[in-house]
Design a protein. Structure first.
Length: 70
Protein backbone atom coordinates (compact mmCIF):
# COMPACT_ATOMS: atom_id res chain seq x y z
CA UNK A 1 0.00 0.00 0.00
CA UNK A 2 1.46 3.37 -0.96
CA UNK A 3 0.88 6.69 0.81
CA UNK A 4 -0.05 9.92 -0.94
CA UNK A 5 -0.64 13.37 0.50
CA UNK A 6 -3.78 15.14 -0.64
CA UNK A 7 -3.70 18.88 -1.07
CA UNK A 8 -6.25 21.61 -1.56
CA UNK A 9 -6.46 22.36 -5.27
CA UNK A 10 -8.98 24.03 -7.53
CA UNK A 11 -11.34 21.81 -9.49
CA UNK A 12 -9.28 20.18 -12.21
CA UNK A 13 -10.48 19.14 -15.64
CA UNK A 14 -9.69 15.63 -16.79
CA UNK A 15 -7.98 15.32 -20.14
CA UNK A 16 -9.95 12.19 -21.06
CA UNK A 17 -13.51 13.51 -20.89
CA UNK A 18 -13.21 17.27 -20.41
CA UNK A 19 -15.28 17.00 -17.22
CA UNK A 20 -14.27 18.21 -13.77
CA UNK A 21 -13.08 15.58 -11.29
CA UNK A 22 -14.38 17.70 -8.34
CA UNK A 23 -11.11 17.28 -6.43
CA UNK A 24 -11.49 13.50 -6.16
CA UNK A 25 -8.25 11.52 -5.92
CA UNK A 26 -6.98 9.56 -8.88
CA UNK A 27 -5.39 6.13 -8.72
CA UNK A 28 -1.60 6.60 -8.90
CA UNK A 29 -1.32 3.40 -10.95
CA UNK A 30 -4.04 3.72 -13.64
CA UNK A 31 -5.39 7.27 -13.23
CA UNK A 32 -9.03 6.33 -12.57
CA UNK A 33 -11.04 8.81 -10.48
CA UNK A 34 -12.09 7.32 -7.14
CA UNK A 35 -15.40 8.20 -5.52
CA UNK A 36 -15.58 6.68 -2.04
CA UNK A 37 -12.82 5.80 0.43
CA UNK A 38 -12.74 2.25 1.76
CA UNK A 39 -11.96 3.57 5.24
CA UNK A 40 -11.62 6.98 6.91
CA UNK A 41 -10.00 7.79 10.23
CA UNK A 42 -9.73 11.00 12.26
CA UNK A 43 -6.48 11.74 14.08
CA UNK A 44 -6.51 13.93 17.23
CA UNK A 45 -3.62 15.91 15.71
CA UNK A 46 -6.11 17.30 13.19
CA UNK A 47 -5.61 14.99 10.20
CA UNK A 48 -8.02 12.75 8.32
CA UNK A 49 -6.64 9.58 6.76
CA UNK A 50 -8.50 7.90 3.88
CA UNK A 51 -7.69 4.39 2.61
CA UNK A 52 -8.56 3.87 -1.07
CA UNK A 53 -8.82 0.83 -3.36
CA UNK A 54 -9.13 1.34 -7.11
CA UNK A 55 -12.07 -0.49 -8.70
CA UNK A 56 -10.27 -0.73 -12.05
CA UNK A 57 -6.81 -2.05 -11.10
CA UNK A 58 -7.22 -2.98 -7.37
CA UNK A 59 -4.28 -0.72 -6.33
CA UNK A 60 -4.53 0.37 -2.67
CA UNK A 61 -3.19 3.66 -1.28
CA UNK A 62 -3.72 6.13 1.55
CA UNK A 63 -4.24 9.91 1.55
CA UNK A 64 -3.84 12.17 4.55
CA UNK A 65 -5.30 15.68 4.76
CA UNK A 66 -5.21 18.34 7.49
CA UNK A 67 -8.57 19.20 9.03
CA UNK A 68 -7.39 22.50 10.51
CA UNK A 69 -4.88 24.82 8.91
CA UNK A 70 -1.67 25.23 10.87
Amino acid sequence: MSIQHACNVDVAVTKDFGRPDFGRPKCPRCGSILLIAEESEFNVKGRIRHAWACDDCAHEFVTSIPLWPR
